[in-house]
Design a protein. Structure first.
Lengths: 477, 463, 125
């Protein structure tokens, strides 16, 4: 027994240490790539006059698809905000996914809509569409309203894609707040398309908690007052400015958040649209599209824009946040296991070799391994005398590294978009970064582990019957 | 509050386990006399096991593991010679192997000398970089605010001065010296240049000339030239832009050179500058372009052409380019500028090998309402791709010629695709009375899905 | 004679203000459509509106429809627009704009157009 334990400890020690080194050095490398890519992007962007796009006679047409489920309170404001986006060639399609409240009636009345004889094909299978509505008022010409049988967010998006006649589709959460120029920024990479076909673009999601919101638009930006949303500000900044940016640069991006993303419609349709059998339909779609393009042997790109394009309310209680993270974990696992073939497969280029592996290792396995490490450590304490000095050192190392990474993310934000006005906010965020590894991080590990357990137990998705609605189901960052 | 506790139970559990384990590690009471004989035997067995395993690891060169076994054996029988001998040997081997088997030595917990140094180094590095990052963030905040203030002040000053200058009847020497005095450093001059360009965008005629004169008078063209010659691309491109706006040819050589640059932005700015600065053969670069000419570049060139009201290149000639993206660009421009005289060349494009180009050609002929292409469109319909068929129907709808009624009805009858049917019905609808008669007749027909299609087409709210 | 200028670019706004002041008009300026709306509904002694068509917050088109629709005013409206926006200009004329001028513009031409419109408006009263 003792010998077995010795060998185990030998392997585990080496494995954990090796993994730590791999993880931390890849964080450093990603941060470095991001920094370079960010600088280049900002420099290039200083030459761009986005007004040119609005004025141009040749712009791609876009359908903005916003699924809505039980949103009667805010939907009118949100639709108005969508209609006011800057772009010259777009329409807004709001899909009522069988709401059980007054969403349908509210929209019909507010925009003076009536049923039209709209004829379309179910090119992507989706639940039955009960009717397509248009406004009698010409000034809402851009708005289309679809009423359909409940089928979940992915299903609602598919219905919107079936109705759309435009070249590009832009999927959004109806309750998140778009920057007025979001469409312009998302469409630009499609216009810049060179030898590689651009199949999708995504941007940065920012946190709207505590911000002053008027008529569906951000009036004033504030740092969230509560601890939980504030810690998520750090999390999002790190994820978007440090990791996602680098993956975009490497063309290995696996995820365009469901809160806002733009896709080439034909490619989406050819791939079969959003999957209704997963809770992480946003990630699954991007992975499937990439797989499809690679298997068709076409050169393609998924492009990431570091500009903040959409603001969204994040969970501010442990319960809701825990549920969200649990779902993200399950969504990630579903996608990763569904597309096992990508793992270390040179056929899929950087996306398969690095992108997929990174997600497997960091997004799925890292929390699990961390948890196992913790268990191992406790066992070590029980059965053997651990090297306390060494473990203390290891802990300090992990802690300082995490805090310093967050601080660098803060600096990135400061040097690029500096959305928070006050100098105090920087300090507040720094203090949050000091606390995060101790209080917040263990929780995320716990939630991820719970997600794993739920996945093993077969809680695959919401299913159609027990769906709670997706108003809180913000896309994964 | 309660629920939060449930959430945190996990952590509490961990703390508890740690605590219990600490207790479990406390020394156990010594065994009684009776048991001691058995204990000695047990010890002997333990000792042998250690030695056996230690030897195994030793032969496998898993020195760290072997060391542990021998150390335990040494603990059991402190006086024994063999374990101590092996410990010495293994330690020696570990020390020697430091250079040869880096991996073994890094990952070895029992010999963590180097590892600990490395960890400490990383910790120190993390802390210093953290402090640097935080300080930079705060200092940058300060600088930004100060620069912003300074900029606001300068903007106010310069704007007033420029406007005064523009609409004054005579040039005031005092004014010149004043503006020169403010513009004594690079930062200020850059803001002035930006403002002048901003102003020159909105003005024409006499005032614009006046502005250019001021630009030259203040020697700002030298600044722009310097920037155009810079080694950094983003500064260079800005320089090109300024020179192009002010129409100063001093850096033309450099601009020409950058027409083939690999940097997208630099190449684009060089293109715009060329268009602006060489009014005669400004579009020559299009003929030499090997790369794909992106929609974004096309759009910006269009913008430059319309803005400065420049001469159009010979699109008829460019339609024959071997670079497909240039052909696309020409087609787009032909549509926007309504250049009907390129008709014959366009007709040839209907048999181009790229489907995308054929599609665009069909679209352009539709948009320009060229009746003469109808027979050709009808002829290629059968062999075209789905997307192009759709475009053909749309073009026919746009050209709107009654003679096509029969063809459209045929499409409606023969095709099963919804989109094609809708477009065909829409085209029929546009054909005036004859068309709407046809549709009304179809509305009563039970054949296929005519009723829904016609209803869709006639619904004015949809389209 | 009072003119309201609505234009989001400060440099252009300054140039316009200066030019028209020199011509002897009284100038009020607004930086976006929303504040122009507020000014228009508060003050009723404005004789002419000069507005850019592309502005943040509230576009020129919306401003025009607000003026003609909600305020029922028939004061002359001159639009400023960039080249290549003929469609928007047509829309604006439909909504009740009187004249337009494209950027880049010749300040003298602008002054003459405004003068003419004001004269015409006066004689029709």
């Amino acid at each position: 027994m003792d010998i077995f334990f010795d060998i185990l400890s030998y392997i585990v020690n080496n494995f954990i240490l090796g993994l730590t080194i791999v993880i931390f050095s890849s964080y450093l490398i990603l941060a470095l790539i991001s920094a370079i890519a960010l600088r280049n992007y900002l420099r290039k962007n200083s030459f761009v006059d986005y007004n040119n796009i609005i004025l141009a006679p040749v712009t791609p047409s876009i359908s903005v698809i916003a699924p809505a489920y039980n949103e009667e309170k805010s939907i009118v404001d949100n639709i108005r905000a969508l209609l006011a986006l800057y772009y010259n060639n777009f329409e807004v399609t709001v899909v009522n996914d069988g709401s059980t409240d007054n969403t349908f009636k509210t929209v019909i009345e507010a925009f003076d809509m009536e049923r039209v004889n709209y004829f379309f094909d179910y090119r992507i299978p989706c639940e039955r569409i009960r009717g397509v509505y248009k406004s009698r008022n010409r000034s809402f010409k851009k708005l289309t309203f679809i009423d359909k049988v409940n089928g979940g967010k992915a299903d609602a998006l598919n219905a919107g894609i079936n109705i759309s006649k435009n070249q590009l589709i832009c999927s959004i959460d109806v309750d998140s707040i778009m920057e007025p120029d979001a469409l312009l920024k998302l469409v630009k990479p499609f216009m810049e398309e060179g030898d590689k076909k651009v199949i999708g673009t995504g941007g940065v999601i920012r946190i709207a908690n505590s911000c002053q919101i008027e008529n569906g638009q951000i009036k004033r930006i504030h740092l969230p007052e509560k601890f939980l949303p504030r810690v998520q500000v750090l999390e999002y900044t790190r994820a978007f400015l440090m990791a996602r940016m680098a993956w975009g640069k490497l063309n290995g991006l696996l995820l365009i958040s469901g809160a806002l993303g733009m896709f080439d419609k034909e490619t989406v349709v050819k791939c079969g649209g959003y999957s209704t059998s997963t809770v992480g339909e946003d990630m699954e779609l991007v992975v499937r599209m990439r797989r499809y393009m690679a298997e068709q042997k076409q050169k393609y790109e998924v492009i990431y824009i570091p500009d903040p394009l959409v603001w969204t309310e994040v969970p501010s209680t442990l319960k809701v946040l825990g549920r969200q993270r649990n779902r993200w974990t399950r969504g990630t696992m579903e996608t990763l296991f569904k597309h096992k073939v990508l793992f270390m497969n040179p056929k899929y280029g950087i996306f398969g070799m690095l992108g997929y592996t990174y997600w497997l290792l960091f997004e799925w396995l890292a929390p699990v391994i961390e948890f196992l490490g913790l268990i191992y450590f406790t066992l070590l304490v029980i059965f053997d005398e651990p090297n306390w000095y060494f473990f203390l050192l290891l802990f300090v190392f992990v802690y300082t590294f995490a805090v310093s990474l967050s601080t660098w993310a803060l600096l990135f934000e400061e040097l690029t978009y500096h959305k928070y006005e006050k100098r105090r906010d920087v300090l507040k965020l720094f203090i949050t970064a000091l606390i995060e590894p101790i209080f917040y991080h263990p929780l995320t590990v716990y939630w991820a582990v719970r997600g794993n357990i739920d996945y093993m137990r077969g809680v695959r998705s919401w299913g159609k019957m027990d769906r709670v609605g997706f108003q809180r189901s913000k896309g994964k960052i | 509050m309660n629920k939060r506790f449930i959430q945190l139970r996990f952590i509490l559990n961990i703390v508890l386990i740690t605590f219990i384990s600490l207790i479990a590690n406390l020394p156990v009471y010594p065994a009684s006399e009776k048991e001691s004989a058995e204990l000695v035997l047990q010890r002997e067995r333990d000792y042998e096991k250690r030695i056996i395993w230690g030897e195994r690891f030793f032969s496998l060169h898993l020195d760290a593991l072997a060391l542990k076994q021998f150390e335990r054996a040494n603990k059991i029988k402190p006086g024994a010679y063999f374990p101590q001998y092996r410990i010495k040997q293994v330690t020696l081997r570990l020390n020697q192997s430091q250079n040869r088997f880096v991996s073994e030595f890094i990952f070895d917990f029992n010999k963590p000398g180097f590892l600990i140094t490395a960890l400490i180094l990383v910790i120190v590095f993390s802390i210093t970089s953290m402090v640097i990052a935080l300080a930079t963030a705060l200092i940058n905040r300060n600088n930004m605010m100060r620069a912003e203030k300074r900029k606001q002040y300068l903007l106010e000053e310069y704007q007033t001065m420029l406007v005064n200058y523009l609409f004054a009847t005579e040039i005031n020497q005092e004014f010149i010296s004043k503006i020169k005095k403010i513009s004594n450093n690079k930062f200020n001059r850059r803001i002035l240049i930006d403002q002048m360009i901003d102003l020159s965008i909105t003005l024409t005629g006499e005032e614009k000339e006046k502005l250019k004169n001021l630009y030259l008078l203040l020697g700002l063209d030298k600044d722009s030239y310097k920037r155009a010659m810079s080694r950094k691309w983003h500064i260079k491109a800005k320089g090109f832009r300024e020179l192009a706006f002010m129409n100063i040819p001093s850096a033309n050589k450099e601009i020409r050179r950058c027409l083939t640059s690999r940097n997208d932005i630099l190449r684009m700015e060089a293109q715009f500058a060329t268009i602006r600065l060489y009014p005669d053969n400004s579009f020559e670069f299009l003929e030499q372009l090997k790369k794909r000419y992106t929609l974004w570049e096309q759009l910006n060139v269009y913008e430059t052409i319309t803005f400065h009201q420049l001469n159009l290149p010979d699109f008829d000639h460019l339609l024959k380019s071997t670079n497909d993206s240039i052909v696309m660009f020409s087609l787009r421009m032909i549509r926007i500028f309504q250049l009907r005289n390129t008709f014959n060349t366009m007709l040839e494009l209907l048999s181009h090998k790229s489907a995308e180009i054929r599609n665009q050609a069909i679209h352009v002929m539709g948009a320009l309402k060229i009746n003469d292409c109808l027979p050709q469109l009808k002829r290629i319909y059968k062999t075209e791709t789905y997307e192009n068929c759709l475009e053909i129907i749309k073009a026919i709808a746009s050209i709107n010629d009654e003679s096509m009624l029969g063809f459209l009805k045929l499409v409606l009858d023969k095709e099963d695709d919804v989109q094609l049917q809708i477009e065909a019905a829409m085209a029929i609808n546009k054909l005036g009375i004859k068309g709407s008669d046809t549709l009304n007749k179809l509305l009563t027909s039970d054949y296929k899905n005519y009723q829904i299609i016609v209803k869709h087409v006639l619904d004015k709210r949809i389209n | 004679m009072k003119i309201l200028i609505c234009e989001d670019d400060t440099m252009t706004l300054k140039a316009l203000e200066h030019k028209l002041k020199k011509e002897g008009y009284e100038i009020i300026s607004a930086k976006d459509g929303k504040s122009a709306c507020d000014i228009l509904s508060e003050q009723n002694d404005i004789d002419l509106l000069l507005t850019d068509l592309h502005m943040p917050v509230l576009s020129g088109l919306e401003l025009i429809s607000f003026l003609r629709g909600k305020l029922q005013s028939n004061m002359p409206i001159v639009m400023l627009t960039r080249v290549g926006l003929e469609e928007t200009v047509l829309q604006a004329f439909e909504l009740g704009a009187d004249d337009y001028i494209t950027k880049p513009f010749n300040p003298d031409e602008l002054a003459i157009r405004i003068k003419r419109l004001l004269l015409k408006n006066k004689s029709s009263l």
